[in-house]
Design a protein around this ligand. Structure first.
Ligand SMILES: [Cu+2]
Length: 263
């Protein structure tokens, strides 16, 4: 009986390792400059956690079998082993702190480094349940916005027409075009509740918080169309909050912007 328990545990471990060893295809191929570092970090974490998980379960199976019930053995009690506990705690702490420091490096590259010069500016204003994408137009400056001017159909982000910088601003819905191989400075805002701007293919995810304009940057390296999802449960139609990121050549992007400005 005990041996079948142990074997069951080991079989579950084997099946888990098989599922996690790249057989599930849970990430789409990544297309951003920083995405490789995120995937590496994810991979290292998975390896460390995988080794710890496998060791713990193999040992568990062994003890299930080793200390199976036996008529001739007397039960003894133990109060633990201080040395083993100290070693286990220190090793775990070192591994986790190291992984966290490695992760901070990738995170800081994205969030703490200054916006590269010459970056294309895009502003994303999330709302229940859509993405408003704004471009500054030829002057490279976003016009002022005033919350009182917001009108979901006519002026979704409340651009102030009295500000000369707002004249050439372009606002689109759920479709965000960017040129390939160019730094993009993204500013994230929200009209109502907390949303999260998530582009799995870019390995980019950032909350949008009402009252804040959160700036970050990324660079897409491959032309194509990728999904934008909201990664924060934001209301009853959260699942509908879907947009598309279109990564284009420089010329196609210029043409697309011109097309949008003609509306
Ligand atoms: Cu949302």
């Amino acid at each position: 009986m005990a041996i079948s328990f142990a074997v069951t545990i080991w079989l579950i471990v084997l099946a888990t390792i098989y599922l996690f060893s790249g057989q599930m295809g849970w990430f789409p191929p990544q297309v951003s400059e920083h995405g490789g570092a995120i995937d590496d970090q994810f991979f290292y974490t998975l390896i460390v956690v995988g080794v710890a998980f496998t060791l713990a379960q193999v040992i568990l199976g062994y003890y299930v079998w080793r200390y199976r019930s036996s008529a001739h053995k007397e039960v003894t009690y133990t109060h633990g082993n201080t040395k083993v506990e100290i070693v286990a705690t220190v090793v775990t702490a070192v591994v986790f702190v190291t992984l966290a420091i490695m992760g901070q490096k990738v995170w800081a590259q994205l969030h703490l480094q200054g916006i590269p010069e010459g970056a294309i500016k895009v502003e994303v204003t999330a709302q229940q349940f859509a993405w408003n994408i704004r471009y500054p137009g030829a002057d490279g400056q976003f016009g002022r916005t005033i919350p009182q001017l917001i009108n979901d159909q006519l002026n979704p982000v409340g651009v102030d027409p009295k500000d000369p910088a707002s004249e050439d601003d372009i606002v689109t819905l759920n479709r965000m075009a960017i040129p390939v191989n160019r730094d993009i400075q993204i500013t994230l805002r929200s009209k109502d509740v907390t949303h999260s701007f998530f582009v799995p293919a870019l390995r980019f995810k950032q909350d949008t918080t009402p009252g804040m304009a959160i700036s970050s940057h990324f660079k897409a390296l491959k032309i194509g169309e990728y999904e934008i999802a909201c990664a924060e449960l934001c209301g009853i139609q959260h699942y509908k909050m879907r947009g598309f990121l279109m990564v284009m050549s420089g010329e196609d992007f210029a043409g697309w912007l011109k097309e949008q400005s003609e509306y």
